[in-house]
Design a protein around this ligand. Structure first.
Ligand SMILES: [Mg+2]
Length: 335
């Protein structure tokens, strides 16, 4: 099977991709979405700072200003593109209408017209995402819009892929994985980015079923390693396949903009902490691409620990919190 992405899913292996197809709850959508946006907002003021700076001055809560001179609670492209994906899924309304075009249209509306921005302006965009959106504006098919060269493997697809996990009631596992790859390809067409997105969504599916972080991680790699094992890109994920990421020392974990680093770092933060707060603050305080690492970690940590685990003052300080909740609730209504 390969209709949406560019990675073949052998028919003989589809039984490895069996998933629970119960609709997810409103609470699970709220906690994942707000967990992601809060993580993003925690990291925005210190994006690009080094680890030694974060060790000297660790982030402990919402700050303002800094790197982008934005008020406290301002989230960035990571949340915007995630919300654009949700908005596109809501507009589709059901699995029969699934298409990449409504999602691509909203990505263009974000970049051009500030759709789903925290405060009416786009202030942060990745290079591969900007190039892909320019191709979309020229009429490129969304499936071909993302760069396919090896350098186009930033974390820009991974940071916005979480809502695909909520489509478990729309599609079988194999059909869902193929669509995850396809949604990645709108901005990131290289197989490494598609694999990272597949792994992340499967970890999220594991958490949605109530597995612990370590159990969800083991289940995801057991489910997906047969699918990806023979792919020439698989070896870039060797540290993940080994199953012992939590045992890796912090010095080997980088919160950089490279998709493999970002997936490892976010998962490592989830595996080595025991609360939402500790997971996202650890992600920010790794330094480098702080907002994106914390958004990726925060989505998983939100699913894992639930909305009540996100500090109330962080939620209260988050830009457009009510709009985010409303959008998530509208997605729940069509699942
Ligand atoms: Mg950002």
């Amino acid at each position: 099977m390969m209709q949406w992405g560019t990675i073949a899913i052998p028919e003989s292996l589809t039984e490895r991709l069996l998933i629970n197809q119960q609709p997810v709850s409103i609470a699970q959508i709220r906690s994942g979405l707000l967990g992601l946006c809060v993580g993003d907002a925690l990291g925005v003021p210190v994006e690009f700072s080094g680890r030694s700076t974060r060790l000297d001055d660790p982030v402990t809560g919402l700050r303002g200003w800094g790197t982008w001179n934005q008020p406290p609670g301002t989230w960035s492209d990571d949340s915007s593109l995630t919300l654009c994906l949700v908005d596109g899924l809501v507009a589709m309304g059901g699995p029969a209408q699934f298409s990449l075009q409504p999602i691509a249209d909203r990505f263009c509306a974000w970049y051009g017209d500030n759709l789903w921005t925290a405060r009416g302006e786009v202030f942060d965009v990745g290079g591969a995402t900007a190039r892909a959106i320019n191709r979309l504006r020229s009429g490129c098919d969304p499936r071909q819009a993302g760069g396919t060269d090896e350098r186009s493997n930033g974390n820009g697809a991974l940071m916005r892929i979480l809502p695909m996990a909520w489509l478990r009631s729309w599609f079988t596992g194999a059909a869902l994985l193929d669509r995850v790859h396809g949604v990645a390809c709108i901005t990131h067409g290289h197989a490494r980015s598609q694999i990272a997105c597949g792994l992340y969504v499967w970890i999220a599916l594991g958490l949605l079923e109530g597995r612990s972080p370590q159990e969800a991680y083991r289940w995801a790699i057991q489910s997906l390693s047969p699918i990806y094992a023979n792919h020439p890109e698989a070896h870039h994920f060797d540290r993940l396949w080994a199953g012992d990421l939590a045992q890796q020392p912090i010095d080997t974990i980088r919160g950089s903009g490279y998709v493999v680093n970002a997936l490892e770092a976010a998962l490592w933060c989830l595996l080595t902490t025991d609360s939402y707060t500790a997971a996202v603050l650890q992600a920010v305080n790794l330094g480098e691409d702080t907002d994106t690492t914390a958004a990726i970690a925060g989505g998983l940590a939100g699913l894992c620990y639930g909305l009540a685990a996100i500090p109330a003052d962080w939620l209260a300080g988050l830009a457009r919190q009510a709009d985010i909740v409303d959008l998530g609730d509208r997605l729940a209504a069509v699942l």
